[in-house]
Design a protein around this ligand. Sequence first.
Ligand code: HEM
Length: 305
Amino acid sequence: MSKEDILKSIEDKYEKLGVPVEAMLEGLLWSKPITYWDYIQTDALLGLQIPRTTQPDEMVFIMYHQVNELLFKMILWEIDQVAKSTEISAEKFTKHLMRISRYFDVLSSSFSVMGDGMDVDQYLKFRNTLTPASGFQSAQYRKIEFASTELINLIDARFRDTIDRNSSFKNAYDHLYWQAAGKNYSTGQKTTLLKLFEKKYMGEFIDFMEDYNDCNLSKKFKQLPEAVQKDEELIKAMRHYDYTVNVKWVMAHYNAAGKYLGGSDKELEATGGSNWRKYLHPKYQRRIFFPYLWSEEELKNWGTF
Ligand code: HEM
């Protein structure tokens, strides 16, 4: 575009907005040049790491969780490029799914930062200051689940066959698989972990569930023309995503939890209070976003391959 064309387009744009173009151009005369630190907001970002203890490795724990939350945000952003678009081709679907999978690959392969990157004795000291908090309370993680699959696949496996599929979003919410980790299994009472989580996010989650009910990744896939649904690259991308989130990441997380909480004589209780050995293992949890893309054999052996 020539300089004249650019100026003309700017003029047209501001005229449409009803903003005097002269004032806007004069503003440019006085504006400060952009810098890396203003654009990336490094001061704000690097001011968010506040340990609660004297243990240096707590910094590793805080920062790695923050890195995870940033990647979760990148994942939700990419999911929206599929969920919120009206016309979607197999290529575009695959492209965004591969981006999402790459982010989860990073999360899975980097989990050794947790597993190998902290001294156990330091972890056991600073974790006491964190009870009753847990990564369980990551709202973005829950949103990734809601935005990836139909609610039925997130219902506790024990109720999946009997729950009324047309019941309210609140009823579905009450039967989500993760409710089990937030209840005392002998009394059925909700734990503080779950009560606080719900007080902050339940309303937002129910709106989010409704928003993505018809445009989550699985629904979007099923809305593609049949021939496109058979596209091998697309199926490969969907399976890769399902496996990375629901087996690879889950196992990396489970193994890290085992290193810090597992013991030869006695297992430690999780800060969030769940029966974590059972709750976190994919073979019991059976969270599968796209079950129709796996064979019976694969489904039977979920979490063990
Ligand atoms: C040494 C490091 C870690 C340990 C020992 C650990 C342990 C646990 C345990 C025991 C639970 C079960 C809930 C509970 O009772 O607390 C849990 C849940 C969870 N943690 Fe971690 N965790 C660690 C690091 C992380 C990191 C870095 C993330 C990233 C955000 C994370 C995200 C989650 C999520 C999303 C859940 C819920 C999983 C689900 O509902 O399936 N955790 N964690």
